[in-house]
Design a binder for this molecule. Structure first.
Ligand SMILES: [Fe+2]
Length: 238
């Protein structure tokens, strides 16, 4: 029997599902029980098709080799985009009570928007694609497409598959749902702002220049020491 990348997936176990909730605790805030359950299932399913043991093992990069965080895994990005997406939705909903947005779809969609990255970043897949790009392409499927596959495979609603598919450039070919628009903007903003803060490895962040973003220098260890000293002095004085 053929599998997509010719490898047997690992079994999806309760231990694997538990790591998903540990690494993405915001999943617990999805109100709808079935949606919450299937969101966990999607990440477990995606991980089982790769060698990544858990979400925090996936590198914190926008695409392989592009916008790589100096520190922090993919989970940092996912959780932060989820919190920002919810903040955007809540901000508008509070100011404009007549505006309608599905809180659960925003949250689940944000936590799942990069679910296809497990496969796109998987070292064995990348080695196979690199070895002969003429065979299946490189990558064979980008993470938005593969992510939509995962969402459909575990029975998530089309609204979530649409966010996985449409959060990145693929979405430019479609009319995005409101919830997809929110996640898309939060996601792209996240990488740009991370770049502005100087949190991305310079050799992976050449794109910042075309966005007219200059990375700020990070605090040095000395700066931090000085700050700690000042804090202690302030505490002593207070
Ligand atoms: Fe993302």
């Amino acid at each position: 029997m053929y599998f997509l990348d010719r490898r047997l997936p690992r079994p999806v176990t309760d231990a694997l599902r538990a790591t998903v909730l540990e690494d993405l605790p915001e999943l617990a805030q999805i109100h709808d029980e079935e949606l919450r359950h299937k969101a966990v299932e999607a990440w477990a399913y995606a991980l089982a098709e790769t060698d990544f043991p858990r979400v925090t093992a996936i590198p914190g990069e926008a695409m392989p080799g592009v916008f790589a965080l100096k520190r922090g895994s993919q989970a940092v990005h996912l959780r932060s985009v989820a919190r920002i997406s919810i903040a955007i939705a809540d901000e508008f909903a509070q100011e404009f009570p007549e505006a309608i947005v599905d809180h659960d779809i925003v949250l689940a969609g944000a936590l799942l928007h990069d679910v296809g990255k497990a496969w796109e970043f998987d070292p064995a897949n990348r080695r196979r694609w690199e070895a002969d790009k003429s065979q299946a392409g490189s990558p064979a499927l980008r993470h938005p497409v593969y992510g939509a596959h995962v969402c459909i495979a575990v029975g998530l609603p089309e609204e979530i598959a649409h966010i996985a598919l449409g959060h990145s450039y693929e979405g430019d070919l479609m009319q995005r749902s409101l919830e997809c628009l929110i996640v898309h903007r939060a996601d792209h903003m996240w990488w740009s702002i991370a770049g502005g803060f100087g949190l991305l490895k310079a050799e992976t962040a050449g794109l910042l220049e075309s966005r007219k973003i200059t990375p700020r220098a990070l605090r040095t260890a000395k700066d931090r020491e000085r700050q700690d000293d000042n804090g202690e002095r302030a505490d002593a004085a207070g």
